[in-house]
Design a protein around this ligand. Structure first.
Ligand code: AMP
Length: 281
């Protein structure tokens, strides 16, 4: 049975006795519309903790004015059913519960890396994301929080916030769950019509081509990925960049060793992101 909590006080009260008994608590933050990728994170959390909390909150602070806040899928009842045998608690607060003063809230600043890639396309996105993650960590006070590698820049920034603000939590990362054709599962995939859904598989194909060319260096890997994306007219590249996993800054052309390829593209009005590790040189 999964208990659903709509208030911060209710969530905290429900965890009090487990916490006093020394139970290990894990948090999986989500925006709901759960798919198998989210459920894999919950299973990951289950393996690390005695009590698993899944938060479901579509955070207005991380959406831009022209983004899909209004239309973002909200499927709480189905989400609670999907979590039934997996999570102990669902925390599903209203916007008013999380932001009683509206947007006039204290915010976490994501810094320089927060303005790159996703942050360049979505100004303020990462400040909003880190702010809600900090709030959720303070409300639930988990020992562990689990995030998906699918959102590599998010993971980087959450880890850095935890270090910079000395938050007492360990951040765990779970691998990306994909469809059979390689498309990373995403709550936004449901926006795609059939031809778009087919075309969207080019993102993961581009990552594979880049990985195959990575022994020839960064430019060759980027070129291979770019060529692949061009084969699908419906897919408009937003950014394609190879970064150093330690800094998330773009690598120099002669960089050798481990790197991460980040990709974002639009298919119609739907924005999709993905990433893959590369071994350069
Ligand atoms: P979201 O609901 O999109 O905010 O995602 C909640 C969490 O699920 C984040 O940590 C995501 O990185 C993770 N996630 C989203 N899609 C996937 C996926 N395909 N595989 C694994 N984790 C995912």
């Amino acid at each position: 049975m999964t208990d659903v909590h709509m208030t911060i006080d209710g969530m905290r009260a429900a965890l009090a006795s487990s916490r006093e008994g020394g139970a290990r608590i894990a948090l999986v933050p989500t925006m709901g519309a759960l798919h198998a990728g989210h459920l894999a994170l919950v299973r990951h959390a289950r393996a690390l903790a005695d009590v698993v909390v899944v938060s479901i909150f579509v955070n207005p602070l991380q959406f831009g004015p022209n983004e899909d806040l209004e239309t973002y899928p909200r499927t709480l009842d189905a989400d609670v059913v999907a979590l039934d045998a997996l999570a102990d608690h669902v925390f599903a607060p209203s916007v008013g519960e999380m932001y009683p003063d509206g947007a006039a809230t204290t915010r976490v600043a994501a810094g320089e890396v927060g303005g790159l890639y996703e942050g360049a396309s979505r100004p303020g996105h990462f400040d909003g994301m880190l702010t809600v993650v900090a709030k959720l960590l303070n409300i639930v006070q988990p020992r562990t929080a689990v995030f998906g590698q699918k959102d590599a820049q998010q993971v980087f920034l959450v880890r850095r916030m935890v270090r910079d603000l000395n938050l007492p939590v360990s951040i765990e990362v779970a691998p990306t769950v994909r469809e059979d054709d390689g498309l990373a599962l995403s709550s936004r995939n449901r926006y795609l019509d059939v031809p778009q859904r087919h075309a969207a598989a080019v993102l993961s194909a581009a990552l594979r081509d880049a990985a195959a060319a990575a022994s020839e260096g960064a430019s060759a890997a980027l070129q291979a990925a770019r060529m692949r994306v061009k084969t699908e007219e419906a897919v408009k590249l937003d950014y394609l960049v190879i970064v150093d996993p330690a800094s998330l800054l773009p690598v120099e052309d002669d960089h050798r060793g481990p790197a991460t390829l980040l990709i974002a593209a639009r298919v119609g009005t739907t924005r999709l992101i993905d990433n893959a590790p590369l071994q350069l040189g």
